[in-house]
Design a protein around this ligand. Structure first.
Ligand code: BV8
Ligand code: ZN
Length: 244
């Protein structure tokens, strides 16, 4: 995959960048994306059917176990070259914002500083009835752990479909998108709202929009540069060419 010369020249003069990432940037770490079919016992469920308040209300144990499985997978695997390339990119810029849809916590783990987790973080757990995040909990076999304060179920501290994103986080993401000179959309199918609208906001404001993705998406025809391939290969090459 060649990095277009005009993109390299433009980025060398850029000081303000916003990056949106999706499940595709963690695929090379071995974590399933939302579009991938799931493994084994989970293959009969669609993620979008499990990541909802209705699913948890109907079967808290099933949803708790799905997140426990994903939490363990994320703990066993680690960030990949795509995550580390974004850490390097941030080092060269005085105005860099990493907006992620991912809940695996890999960007912070890799060393990224200015990270906005639009959809929360599966390493964090909170009280279902609003007492807040609990630091630690004990996994009781065949039971969903309960809030030490009010005894309601605990739940993953993520934004489910149909739930609102935290205003502070989406406002910060919007601000970074309005101010950036270049906006990257990396490893996302650009379907989930309101995250998917950020690239269009950047474009409307005249930022250069770059998509790095394995497959074409609804965004592909609207970006200035569409780089098709693995984020773990393209990002390190791009960072090396521009800031190496
Ligand atoms: C909300 C956390 C307000 C949980 C997730 C319009 C406006 C507002 C809302 C909506 C709207 N239209 C529809 C809605 C509702 C809904 C929505 O967007 N539905 C979609 C499906 C149409 N949105 C919401 O509900 C949001 N809430 O708007 O609140 C509100 C409130 C009340 C009433 C009304 C409105 C909340 C959305 C957040 C949901 N939570 N995650 C969890 O993770 O379990 S979203 C979840 O799915 C992920 O976090 C991720 O964001 C998304 C999956 O998307 P991707 O990350 O893109 O992953 P995907 O697998 O799809 O794609 C991977 C891509 O990577 C692929 O293209 C592939 O080609 C590529 N790839 C693969 N390998 C590689 C690669 N690329 C590069 N390199 C590789 N190696
Ligand atoms: Zn509670």
């Amino acid at each position: 995959m060649k990095i277009p010369k005009e993109l390299v020249q433009f980025l060398k003069k850029t000081t303000r960048i916003a990056v949106l990432t999706g499940a595709g940037i963690s695929a090379e770490s071995g974590l399933k994306t939302f579009r991938d079919a799931q493994d084994g016992h989970w293959s009969k469920y669609r993620p979008e059917d499990l990541a909802t308040p209705q699913a948890f209300a109907r079967d808290p144990r099933l949803v708790w176990d799905w997140y426990a499985m994903r939490r363990n997978k994320a703990a066993e695997a680690s960030p990949n070259l795509g995550h580390f390339a974004l850490v390097e990119m941030e080092r060269h810029l005085n105005d860099f914002t990493l907006i992620t849809q991912n809940v695996d916590g890999y960007h912070r783990q890799a060393g990224s500083k200015n990270v906005l987790e639009l959809h929360g973080n599966i390493q964090k757990v909170k009280c279902y009835d609003g007492c807040g995040v609990v630091e630690s909990w004990e996994e009781i076999d065949n039971e969903v752990p309960r809030c030490p304060n009010c005894n309601a179920y605990l739940r993953p501290d993520v934004v489910w479909f149909g739930e609102s994103l935290s205003l502070g986080v989406i406002n910060a993401a919007h601000k970074a998108t309005l101010e950036c000179q270049a906006f990257f959309s990396v490893g996302t199918s650009a379907l989930v709202q309101p995250a998917a609208s950020l690239a269009h906001t950047a474009r409307q404001r005249g930022a250069i929009v770059v998509e790095i993705n394995l497959d074409p998406t609804p965004l592909t025809s609207q970006v200035d540069f569409a780089l098709h391939g693995m984020a773990g290969e393209i990002l390190p090459k791009l960072v090396e060419k521009v800031w190496g």
